[in-house]
Design a protein around this ligand. Structure first.
Ligand SMILES: NC(=O)c1ccc[n+]([C@@H]2O[C@H](COP(=O)([O-])OP(=O)(O)OC[C@H]3O[C@@H](n4cnc5c(N)ncnc54)[C@H](OP(=O)(O)O)[C@@H]3O)[C@@H](O)[C@H]2O)c1
Length: 273
């Protein structure tokens, strides 16, 4: 159940997914205000929730609106223009929750005040269907109640994990933030390998998609770890074993993915400056 008042800043793909998730979990539309340049017309969930207020700028937010949460969901490129415009809310002690990639809690406290309560979140794209994985980090200024509020808001689009060290956020970005792209690439490669092995392209594409989705669902059930699931489908000298001999060779999948995650971690650090 979503309780408290929310000021959502930016309602594109991620902001919209969150808003959808909150409505599914009982958000009362009168408890939220959305700031989005396109106003109501640009915010799809608003069309089915007429009581939700959508405003084009922060200046339009009524002076008596006291948000418990200010959630930033705008692109990193415009953060310098958008974030400071909400500093006047800091006096009311809301929690500022950000999903903006690469922007640290220190960045927000520089713009909103050193005592501002800031939680930084890194969600990923499956959030759009409620299957995201979000990792949260809270500055020391955030209360227990505010942590719980942020957890409830982010869990509306998937699982939530907390980290105690903000520097892990770069590796988190490289594993779960960018991770869906690696899985999509796996589906592409499996499709193309199927075509190379003689299958019609459309059949290979359907099989690759169903296999990635089915294996993911099996893994998500959580009854068995990935290693055990893999071993269970691998008979000695069988077809899977023949493929795994290639994938698990010294220059196989494991070192390749480790290099990919290391490259993404490094890039995340560079982008954070
Ligand atoms: N999408 C994801 O899966 C994902 C995953 C992890 C993190 N994130 C983070 O989430 C943030 C948003 O990403 P997104 O994919 O949702 O981007 P998006 O679809 O472009 O959404 C951003 C929204 O912010 C609006 N906006 C622009 N200027 C604004 C302002 N001054 N005040 C309020 N809203 C404003 C944009 O409106 P206009 O289109 O009219 O400019 C747009 O609707 C990014 O920082 C990204 O790093 C996203």
């Amino acid at each position: 159940m979503i309780e408290g008042t929310i000021l959502l800043v930016g309602c594109g793909k991620m902001g919209g997914a969150l808003l959808d998730g909150w409505f599914k979990r009982g958000l009362n539309p009168v408890d939220a205000i959305v700031v989005e340049p396109g106003g109501r017309g640009a915010v799809s969930p608003c069309t089915s929730h007429r009581a939700l207020t959508c405003l084009p700028t922060v200046k339009d937010v009524p002076r008596d609106f006291r948000p418990d949460v200010v959630l930033y969901a705008v692109k990193p490129q415009i953060a310098d223009d958008v974030v400071p415009a909400y500093a006047s809310f800091a006096a009311q002690r809301p929690v500022f929750l950000s999903v903006i990639a690469g922007k640290t809690t220190g960045y927000f406290q520089k713009h909103l005040g050193a005592n501002a309560a800031v939680v930084r979140a890194m969600p990923n794209t499956p959030a759009s269907i409620g299957k995201g994985a979000s990792v949260l980090y809270a500055a020391a200024t955030v209360s227990e109640v505010q942590r719980r509020v942020c957890e409830v808001l982010m869990s509306a689009v998937g699982t939530v994990e907390w980290i105690a060290d903000e520097s892990w956020m770069d590796a988190v970005t490289a594993v779960s933030g960018s991770g869906p792209a690696y899985v999509f690439l796996l589906a592409e490669c499996l499709r193309d390998a199927g075509i190379e092995a003689g299958l019609p392209a459309d059949l290979a594409a359907r099989l690759a998609t169903a296999t990635v989705a089915g294996a993911g669902a099996l893994l998500e059930q959580g009854d068995l770890p990935a290693e055990k699931l893999r071993q269970n489908v691998t008979s000695p000298n069988g077809t899977t074993a023949a493929a795994l001999d290639v994938l698990m060779a010294a220059d196989g999948f494991k070192p390749l993915l480790a290099r990919a995650v290391a490259a993404a971690t490094k890039r995340s650090k560079e982008l954070a400056g």
